[in-house]
Ligand binder design. Sequence first.
Ligand code: 5GP
Ligand code: ZN
Length: 119
Amino acid sequence: MAGEPQADCLFCRIVAGEVPATVVRESATTVAFRDINPQAPTHVLVIPKVHHPDAASLAAAEPEIAADVLREAGQVVLDEKVEDSGYRIVFNTGAGAGQTVFHAHAHVLAGRGLTWPPG
Ligand code: 5GP
Ligand code: ZN
C-alpha cells in the first residue's frame, strides 16, 4: 500500500533504525541525514518517514508531508548557516535523472559554487 514501509528500501530501513545514518534533524514525519557520498561541503538528505517512490508521488498522495520535507530542508539550511551563500534543493526523479534510491528525498546542497544548469 502507498506509504507503507518497504522491506527492501534503504531509506525505509534508515527510518526504522536498521541502517545507521548521521541524523541532523528529525520531525514527526521526516528525517534529515548526511549523504554518505557528499557532493558538496553541505549535503543533507531530507526524507519523509512514509514510503513514496519520488517527490511528485509523495506530493500527490500526502501533500502535507511534502510540505514538511520542504520546511525541514529550509531548517537544514538555517542549521548549516548556508542561507546567505546560496544552496540548492534537488529531487532527482527517475533513473535517467540520476535517482538511485526510490524513496522520495530532497538533496540539500551548499558550501561551494553551484553551476547552472546542473549536469
Ligand atoms: P539519488 O541518486 O537517488 O538522487 O540520491 C540517493 C543518495 O543517497 C545518493 O546521493 C547517495 O550517496 C545516498 N546514499 C546511498 N546510500 C546511502 C546510505 O547508506 N547512507 C546515506 N547516508 N546516504 C546514502
Ligand atoms: Zn522507502
